[in-house]
Design a protein around this ligand. Structure first.
Ligand code: DGJ
Length: 538
């Protein structure tokens, strides 16, 4: 059974959030939010991530207006979905767009980051106590309001605290307070953290700087000192908000990350310096004990780059949660890696509104991503049961890949991609006649999905555009009968049943049996079929 730590729950039960994030301006009012909720339905998602803006809820200092939050709560309940609220406060993408006007107008009180040339940058300084207190007050007021309005119903399952924090436009703050910190001894706690590590980005930076046991930031951390001091300062700032907020209403909290793994990889240049990039993750985890998750926004399209990020953020102390990913189609494949191989405990993609087409249905280019989300949605009870065990397998057809080999418990499996030759026989009338010419092999998108092995003889499949063949492992005398070619082996595989169905709670409910021609071409599944269960005889 699953050993994964899941901060997300609803009424005490583990919950797997699946859906999308709205565009930045969709949280202001009902008219703006409507398309996002519509899109979530089309996606078969259960959770919408949508912003709450500091500038909107505290237009005058100390005066709060919760109308927008109440509208989002009402809309989520009307649509029977959950919310993750995104607190756009001090930081938004390494800048400060969503700070209220009274903060923006008063840089003497609410300091800005100063760049190495002595100029103000459009980023609030994490070294300014007045800003921290003002943000904390507003953040706690939000949590108090949610407690009052939602503690019973639990529509809101988590809050993202800030958005992609960090500094764009400077590697660190060169203002007076920041400069004083830079020249001061590195805190004992950070030195203890470094001494306890034996690998990783911050440990390497420390080693490169000579592995000193004490000293100021540049002495201890050398060339990366500016970025790491900023990470320390921002992480402690955000953690203090989290600590105060949780004392008001104890909701799961996470921080999202603008990743460093792109372009020049220059802190403050190509990504916000001081964010929880993989290089600084050890420091961020240590500095944020009141935050459940550090969550990467994965916009990387190539499989290797995508997988490296999953592997960096999926740690025993940090289950992988993907709050944002690319709306592009590569994600329709990669997400299965995140979910099956690195046990992502929730998954969303950005700009969900775009999947609604002009006629109100699915925008045709979004069909693949919608199909993939539908497949995952159908499998949520299985994910809650089997993530973190060896019973779940990702199916992913990379460019040019013809099949995929699976080493299963007692079985070998071969996933063949595409729909095979004689489509009318190998599938059913629902999946061969409508949009695919009969007698003509349909053009398949790249295959993807999940395969669960529940027990030695029972499998569940979700996904699209693949066909699974299974063969029992065993001595050659049993498995290599030369009179039995692939054709017979498939037809005479000892199936008890192949059933299409869906889950109601934890129970699999059969919708349709298919024990005839429909199995001759391998065991197949499509998103609208939902789940296929296969049971073998001995
Ligand atoms: C990541 C941010 O978190 C989002 O708010 C949005 O700005 C996207 N980038 C745009 O790609």
């Amino acid at each position: 059974m699953s050993s994964i730590c899941r901060p997300f729950t609803v009424q005490g039960k583990p919950f797997f959030p699946l859906g999308g994030q709205s565009r930045n301006s969709s949280g202001y009012n009902r008219a703006e939010a409507e398309t996002a909720f519509k899109a979530l339905k089309l996606l078969h998602g259960n959770t919408l991530e949508i912003p709450v803006y500091w500038e909107q809820v505290e237009p005058e200092e100390g005066t709060f207006d919760w109308a927008s939050v109440d509208t989002l709560l009402a809309m989520a309940r009307e649509n029977d979905v959950h919310l993750v609220l995104l607190w756009f406060g001090t930081w938004k993408n390494g800048c400060m767009e969503y700070a209220p006007a009274w903060v923006k107008r008063d840089p003497e009180r609410f300091w800005r980051v100063i760049n190495p040339y002595g100029n103000r940058v459009w980023v609030l300084s994490s070294h300014c106590e007045a800003t921290r207190q003002a943000d904390e007050k507003a953040f706690c007021a939000l949590l108090a309001h949610l407690k009052e309005q939602d503690a019973q119903q639990q529509t809101v399952i988590a809050v993202q605290i800030e958005n992609e924090p960090g500094i764009l436009g400077s590697d660190r703050d060169y203002g007076e307070a920041a400069e004083a910190m830079f020249q001061s001894p590195v805190p004992e706690g950070v030195l203890g953290l470094l001494q306890g590590l034996s690998s990783g980005g911050i440990w390497e930076a420390w080693q490169e700087a000579g592995g000193r046991q004490a000293g100021n930031w540049p002495e201890v951390l050398g060339a990366r000192a500016g970025e790491l001091m900023t990470a320390y300062s921002i992480a402690r700032y955000i953690d203090s908000l989290a600590e105060a907020g949780r004392a008001v209403y104890d909701l799961p909290l996470y921080v999202n990350v603008w990743l460093g793994e792109a372009g020049w990889r220059a802190p403050g240049g190509t990504y916000p310096s001081g964010g929880a990039v993989s290089f600084a993750l050890d420091l961020w985890k240590w500095a944020t004990p009141h935050i459940d998750l550090i969550a990467p926004d994965i916009y990387i399209a190539d499989a290797d780059g995508y997988r490296a990020i999953c592997e960096a953020y999926a740690r025993p102390d940090n289950p992988l949660f993907v709050p944002e990913s690319a709306p592009g189609s590569s994600n329709a494949w990669h997400m299965f890696h995140a979910i099956a191989n690195t046990s992502a405990i929730g998954y969303h993609f950005f700009a969900i509104e775009h999947l609604v087409g002009p006629d109100g249905g699915v925008n045709p280019p979004a069909a693949d991503i919608v199909g993939s989300f539908h497949a995952v949605a159908s499998a949520i009870p299985l994910l809650l049961r089997y993530q973190g065990t060896d019973r779940i397998h990702a199916v992913m057809q990379l460019e040019g890949q013809g099949d995929q080999y699976l080493d299963l418990d007692g079985w070998t499996g071969v996933v063949r991609f595409g729909y095979g030759g004689v489509s009318y026989a190998g599938m059913d009338w629902r999946h061969t006649a409508a949009d695919r010419a009969l007698f003509q092999a349909p053009k398949a998108p790249r295959g993807r999905g999940l395969i669960f092995q529940e027990s030695e003889d029972t499998f569940y499949l979700v996904g699209a555009a693949y066909r699974l063949g299974l063969r029992r492992k065993g001595p050659a005398s049993q498995t290599m009968d030369p009179t039995q070619g692939d054709f017979l082996r498939e037809r005479q595989a000892p199936f008890i049943s192949i059933d299409e169905g869906h889950f109601e709670g934890d129970t699999f409910v059969v919708d349709r049996r298919r024990n005839g021609d429909e199995r001759d071409n391998g065991i197949w599944v499509e998103p609208d079929v939902q789940v296929v269960r296969v049971i073998f005889a001995k």
